[in-house]
Design a protein around this ligand. Structure first.
Ligand SMILES: *Cc1c(COP(=O)(O)O)cnc(C)c1O
Length: 400
């Protein structure tokens, strides 16, 4: 199902007032090169067919939808359904995007890809996609994150990627992005694989393009399984790629509520959360205009979440527009609520969810008992929780 043209960004890459390309001239040239190549690729049926083939045979799509009968009965009220993105190769939705971008890199004749990573999930998905497509791969990661995410660092190395340490500033995701962008500018044979629906145009549009397979499948599957559309689609929002991937297919279904769930962390005070849309304000960072969390100097502020995949101080520009238009709503879920949801899904359905996805699930768990029992809530289960097991074990140990 093609995306309605009025949903696309304008020719300068703006979704309403949000998005754009706030970058130096040299970087704009590289971005424009990607825009042109993407436009041609999208119009080439062979390219989109190759993308779908890899999604099917490499990543295992379509991922199923699943009715949580036990959990729904336990809570009373709405029926909770999951879109099982956790069943993708490598255990999350990220591979949809990295396969698309690496295919485009190859089509453009690039020899190398580069990516930033925070928790390491995007780095692993990029490394695997590059290995599959015969591209050299470099991943930038902050020194602090490398120490925290040993398993993913080892996975990237085994997938033949070079892992480079970002040593500037706070030595986390923001510095990794800055250093990777610097490298990209220097090497014309390189393609930058961005991990979420953020950054300068065309990245928010491109990431949506590849992730919208989630909603396209889910909309059809829900019609087949339940005979109607869900009353609400619920997804966690870090940069916003799994959420926009689910929402896009439902944008024109006025009766389907779209709900993005942000990490409320430990509370509403500065530094305790990463809820850019709920608690931030409009502003420009990493080359685009959106909602962001600022420090006292108006720069990207300090953020925190129990889940490493959600702690980014800004959010995809299309979400900022959907919020402003009132087409989607955005809510916060705390660390504790996410953790409770993590255990509930594990106990009642035998599915260990990623802590990121647990935020979306927690919101469904919150509203289900207040809903009629013919209400259907579709939750995007963006990833599996194996990567979080050690962290949750530690949290439990320090509590008891
Ligand atoms: C990275 C990640 C997220 C957050 O990224 P979005 O771009 O907001 O989707 C959510 N869930 C999982 C499992 C992730 O790995």
């Amino acid at each position: 199902m093609p995306v309605a043209p009025n949903r696309d960004p304008d020719s300068n890459g703006f979704f309403g007032a949000f998005g754009g390309q706030y970058v130096p001239k040299a970087l704009k040239q590289r971005l424009d090169e990607v825009s042109v190549a993407l436009e041609r690729a999208e119009q080439d049926p062979a390219f989109m067919q190759e993308f779908r083939n890899l999604c099917t045979h490499y990543s295992g799509r379509p991922t199923p939808v699943f009715f949580c009968a036990n959990l729904s009965a336990k809570l009373g009220g709405a029926q909770i359904w999951l879109k099982r993105e956790d069943l993708n190769h490598l255990g999350a939705h990220k591979i949809n995007n990295t396969l698309g971008q690496c295919l485009l890199a190859k089509r453009m004749g690039k020899k190398r890809v580069i990516a930033e990573t925070g928790a390491g999930q995007h780095g692993v998905a990029t490394a695997a996609s590059a290995a599959l497509l015969g591209l050299e791969c470099t991943i930038y990661m902050g020194e602090v994150d490398i120490a925290r995410q040993h398993l993913n660092v080892m996975r990237m190395k085994m997938l033949n990627a070079h892992v480079k340490v970002a040593m500037s500033g706070q030595r986390t995701l923001k510095e990794a992005v800055d250093e990777a962008l610097g490298e990209w500018m220097k090497d014309p044979d390189m393609f930058y694989v961005l991990g979420s629906a953020v950054g300068p145009h065309p990245y928010p549009y491109m990431v949506r393009r590849f992730q919208s397979i989630i909603g396209q499948e889910a909309r059809e599957q829900m019609l087949t399984e339940t005979g109607k559309l869900p009353n609400a689609c619920i997804a966690c929002v870090g940069g916003g790629s799994n959420a926009i991937g689910l929402f896009t297919a439902f944008l024109d279904d006025a009766n389907v509520a779209l709900i993005g769930v942000e990490p409320g962390g430990k509370g509403k005070a500065y530094g305790q959360h990463a809820a850019s849309l709920c608690l931030g304000e409009p502003g420009i960072m990493h080359g685009f205009n959106s909602y962001m969390i600022k420090n006292a100097q108006g720069e990207p502020g300090e953020v925190y979440s129990i889940s490493a995949g959600l702690d980014y101080p800004s959010v995809g520009p299309e979400h900022a527009l959907l919020k402003e238009q009132g087409r989607a709503s955005y809510v916060c879920i705390s660390d504790q609520e996410a953790l409770d949801a993590f255990f509930m899904l594990s106990h009642y359905e035998g599915i260990i969810p990623a802590l990121e996805s647990s935020h979306a699930l927690a919101h469904a768990i919150k509203i289900a008992p207040k809903s009629k029992n013919d209400t259907i809530l579709l939750v995007n289960l963006s990833g599996r929780g194996d990567k979080d097991v050690a962290q949750v074990e530690q949290l439990m140990a320090t509590k008891s």
